[in-house]
Ligand binder design. Structure first.
Ligand SMILES: [Zn+2]
Length: 159
């Protein structure tokens, strides 16, 4: 039986929701081995067909990232919720518009004090994957395309 780490993730979501004033998404942990083998630090906010905001995550994120780093990543997802990105038609958004949505979500995390945690999470992924760009992974999942990882880290850590 896989430990879904729901209590730990709920604690993080509660903290970020209280800090940002954005309503909490419903947690939806990845539970099957096949998807869990994809990327251990995966987390993404999405909309169900019924319009409910959900936060999908891989429970293995807790084996790769510290709490601060996970908070950074989840705060970025709250940025997408705050900006209304979940309802946008990603297939028909320009590459530039997709990248700008990512930078706005980064800026949201940074504004609320999670910039260094998110930068560290991005760095962990980038170096574990040998400098692979995150956008290739995101294309696989049909998510928004992302700007180059190192430039995002730099912006998150700038004063
Ligand atoms: Zn994003």
């Amino acid at each position: 039986m896989i430990d879904l780490k729901k209590a730990e993730m709920q604690d993080i979501v509660d903290e970020i929701s209280a800090k940002t004033g954005i309503p909490k998404p419903t947690l939806q942990p990845w539970t099957d081995a096949e998807t869990m083998n994809q990327e251990p630090t995966f987390a993404a906010a999405g909309l169900t067909f019924g319009g409910e905001i959900v936060l999908c995550y891989c429970p293995l994120i807790f084996t790769k990232l510290t709490r601060d780093e996970i908070c950074g990543e989840i705060a970025h997802e709250f940025g997408h919720i705050a900006d209304g990105d979940l309802a946008k038609d990603r297939q028909n958004m320009s590459f530039k518009a997709q990248q700008q949505a990512e930078l706005r979500a980064d800026a949201f995390a940074k504004k609320h004090g999670y910039g260094s945690g998110q930068a560290a999470a991005l760095r962990e992924w980038y170096y574990r994957e040998g400098g692979k760009q995150i956008e290739f992974l995101c294309r696989e999942y049909g998510q928004l395309d992302h700007p180059p990882t190192l430039s995002r880290i730099k912006a998150l850590e700038s004063k």
